[in-house]
Design a protein around this ligand. Structure first.
Ligand code: NAD
Length: 496
């Protein structure tokens, strides 16, 4: 579907506009009236102006969220929270094209990917609609008798949700879904580069019937608005997705009132392919596992470990498959890789490409900015494949967050495990082998939170997602996410 044949109302919504924050059920500007430009990174155009929110706006949102928590929201039964989430899901699914257009223009991602992202958000809310009345306590046979001991699962209160720019609408939904199902009120802060879909979600939440103040959306820079959320004494929990260094800062800020903290951070995920694997399938599917979303994916399989005996064959097939990936205009249905999120991000990735060469890795494909009318004003970059890499190289150790992959040979199972674990990160990974015993031995030995065998598919609405080591703490998605948004209260009753 192109912009010309979209429903009229969806087309209007994606035109350049001045957007406002959602606080206490109303549309508001920043307290000091300041705004910032929102840019389409594929064209360089300013597509909107958003409020430059700061501490004063976070304060306003906390007051509104606490009022809702103590007031109308506390009267919602778990079942009613679930029904409201289901309505939210329905509205998000109905607004799929509009949300996808906003996301594609704001992030530079292909419209087909953005449609899939927005659809996934509908399914997330549907899942947590069902979860709302399925979280309950236990009765415990404590030693002291006669008694009754039981637990209650209670919402935390006002929670802060800080999300990044790579999958803005998805990261927002992963947090909003369980937070709302558990009965919390929320202050969502999107990344400053990509505020548009979060603001639209805030409007749809109101339309779905969440009382004013249950879902607030504050836009503004991380260093001010984000830091104010992380440090605010009126916020009981902060859930964050973003860079590891930012996560560390959030932990420090949150310590003031001993906030609960969950962090989904960076990654440098291994993709381990043994000689006995279905090598054609590996080569066909693996470019997408690292270059999708222009490589700006915390789970990107950005380190490929290949068993030495098939190294040449695998590299050749992987490069051939990468050549066929279509880089281009994000609004074109045929495009598989759009632009990066900003020129700044592209420059950062180009610096890593130069660094890889200096470190002695062999750049065997891509790594240059494409030229021509379609590309000149956007942050485009051709997928880069480095061969002959080692785990001590910075391009192998550091999260590049761009379309760059490093290929590293290994000798045997033990060597594959050792090299795969030689990283400060531990988010995701894949193992390819027809020997199920070997695949499972390696799966157990690799220190990551999300692992796939003979697949690069690792994210499921129903299953836990999160990292080991410096990739984070806590598990989102599935019923595990409900633990992040509930307190457990133990009640002991003396029956004597
Ligand atoms: P970022 O850390 O720069 O920003 C993320 C969010 O934090 C933004 O909303 C930003 O405004 C805010 N922020 C920045 N400084 C802050 C501060 N001092 N206090 C409070 N908030 C602050 O990350 P990014 O560049 O937007 O996103 C890319 C990163 O996100 C990558 O490292 C990627 O791996 C990670 N990521 C992780 C996951 C995961 O689930 N593990 C998923 C997606 C992205």
């Amino acid at each position: 579907m192109t912009i010309e044949n979209m429903p009229a109302d969806a087309a209007t919504k994606v035109l350049p506009q001045d957007v406002q924050m959602i606080i206490g059920g109303g549309h508001v500007d920043a307290a000091d009236g300041q705004t910032f430009e929102v840019v389409n990174p594929a064209t360089g155009e300013v597509i909107a102006h958003a409020p430059l929110g700061g501490k004063a706006d976070v304060d306003r949102a906390v007051v509104a969220a606490q009022k809702a928590f103590d007031g109308p929201w506390s009267k919602f039964s778990a079942a009613k929270r679930g029904r409201t989430l289901q309505k939210f899901s329905d509205l998000v699914k109905k607004a799929n094209e509009e949300l996808a257009q906003l996301e594609s223009r704001n992030v530079g991602k292909p419209i087909t990917s953005a449609r899939g992202d927005a659809l996934a958000v509908g399914f997330i809310f549907e899942y947590y609609a069902g979860a709302a009345n399925k979280v309950f306590g236990e009765t415990i046979p404590v030693a002291k008798q006669p008694s009754l001991d039981f637990t209650l699962r209670e919402p935390i209160g006002v929670v802060g949700l800080i999300v990044p720019w790579n999958y803005p609408i998805n990261m927002a939904s992963w947090k909003l879904g369980p937070a709302l199902a558990a009965g919390n009120t929320c202050i969502l802060k999107p990344a400053s580069l990509t505020p548009l879909t979060a603001l639209r979600l805030g409007e749809l939440a109101l339309e779905a019937g969440f009382p004013p103040g249950v879902v607030n959306v504050v836009t503004g820079p991380g260093g001010t608005a984000g830091a104010a959320i992380a440090a605010h004494p009126g916020i009981g929990k902060v859930a964050f997705t973003g860079e590891t260094t930012t996560g560390q800062e959030i932990m420090r800020l949150a310590s003031g009132n001993v906030k609960k903290v969950s962090l989904e951070l960076g990654g440098k995920s291994p993709n381990i392919v043994f000689a006995d694997a279905d090598l054609d399938r590996f080569a066909r599917e693996s470019p997408y596992a690292v270059f999708d979303n222009a490589g700006q994916d915390c789970c990107a399989r950005s380190r490929i470990f290949v068993e030495r005996s098939v190294h040449e064959q695998v590299v050749e097939a992987f490069v051939a498959a990468t050549r066929s990936v279509v880089v281009g205009d994000p609004s074109d249905d045929k495009t598989q890789i759009g632009s990066l999120v900003s020129m700044k991000q592209r420059d950062r990735v180009l610096d890593y490409v130069a660094l890889g060469r200096e470190e002695g890795a062999e750049l065997i494909l891509g790594g240059e900015a494409p030229t021509g009318d379609a590309f000149d004003r956007g942050a485009f970059l051709m997928p880069a494949v480095f061969d002959a890499c080692r785990t001590d190289m910075r391009i192998v150790r550091e999260e590049i967050f761009g379309p760059v992959v490093a290929i590293i040979p290994f000798d045997d199972e033990a060597d594959a495990i050792r090299q795969a674990n030689d990283t400060p990160y531990g988010l995701a990974g894949s193992i390819w082998s027809r020997d199920i015993g070997k695949a499972l031995r390696v799966a157990k030995a690799v220190k990551v939170g999300v692992l796939s065998v003979n697949s690069n598919y690792g994210i499921h609405t129903e299953a836990p997602f999160g990292g080991y080591k410096m990739s984070g703490t806590g598990r989102e998605l599935g019923m595990h996410a409900m633990d992040l948004y509930t307190e457990i209260k133990n009640v002991f009753v003396d029956l004597s």
